[in-house]
Design a protein around this ligand. Sequence first.
Ligand SMILES: Nc1ncnc2c1ncn2[C@@H]1O[C@H](COP(=O)(O)OP(=O)(O)OP(=O)(O)O)[C@@H](O)[C@H]1O
Length: 323
Amino acid sequence: MTAPVLSVQGVSKTYTQRAGLFGRPSQTYALRDVSFDLRAGEILGLVGESGSGKTTVGRIAMRLIDPSEGKVYLAGQDVTALSSTALRPMRRRIQLIFQDPSASLNPRQTIRQILRTPLRLRGITDDTEIARMLAIIGMGADALDRTPAMFSGGQRQRLSIARALLMNPDIIVADEAVSALDVCVQAQVVNLLLDLRDQFGLSILFIGHDLGVVGLISDRIGVMFRGSLVEIAPSRGLFERPRHPYTARLLAAAPRQGGKLTPHAEVDAGRLSPTSTEGCAFAALCSHAITECRTTRPVMRETAPDHWTACRRADLDLRPAHC
Ligand SMILES: Nc1ncnc2c1ncn2[C@@H]1O[C@H](COP(=O)(O)OP(=O)(O)OP(=O)(O)O)[C@@H](O)[C@H]1O
């Protein structure tokens, strides 16, 4: 069996805090003994309430911060032991997408300049890959001379995904990457990430607090609670048979659509018709768009490729105004 693309083993992170100027320092655990593997082409979701340690896991996986204990392996190599110089070529393999693309795209640069930066870092001087990447994210060459402010939030997030992909990574860490977007636009970005996984075999660590969205995009889900990974299971199994009481509480508290949180049961019951025209139009409807992207796409692509392409185009052209 091949090594996981990312392996986090027994990782803990403590911070030292002092109560007031003269207070005694005390240690707080941001993470406690967290272990998991991310496999090639897998989307692993991480959910949990605010402060449960999700972002810390992502930052340690990227070695933006060091763990207090434990090891992180990228493609089998222990990166916790590497110096910052030795780490540099490894860093390219794992790219981060933030919640707020406005903060990560330089407002004074054009999209051409922004997308050229990762290519230059790879020593590539021609722009062919930029045009190809724009097509993948559903944009044309007319985007190149504009600045980030001239795009919607969803378009900016797609552009930041393009920039990350131009580094040619194996892994994307998407930290609350769709949380700030309207639900329609969330569906577009979720669709795009699923496409990228299918096309390029990318592995994605998808961090979020919305169990509905995380459940739909992820193959497996890890549940974080007060710094510990209390449960990790295939997405469907976790929804249907949560093993940890905290997971059950999260599921009970999650907002539902039509009384159901998970779309799997809807598909099984034949309530979604993946290849019908209504199914396609349905995909563009906000509250069901995310549901659709996970459940109908693989079937639609196999059985009705033209329909799937049309549907995907419609989905990419969707504007928040239609919500
Ligand atoms: N630099 C730091 N110094 C001290 N404590 C920190 C630091 N960074 C994170 N923490 C603490 O570690 C814990 C985990 O934080 P983290 O941001 O990973 O949680 P999270 O699940 O991503 O939360 P959110 O969803 O709100 O982003 C929190 O209690 C946080 O206050």
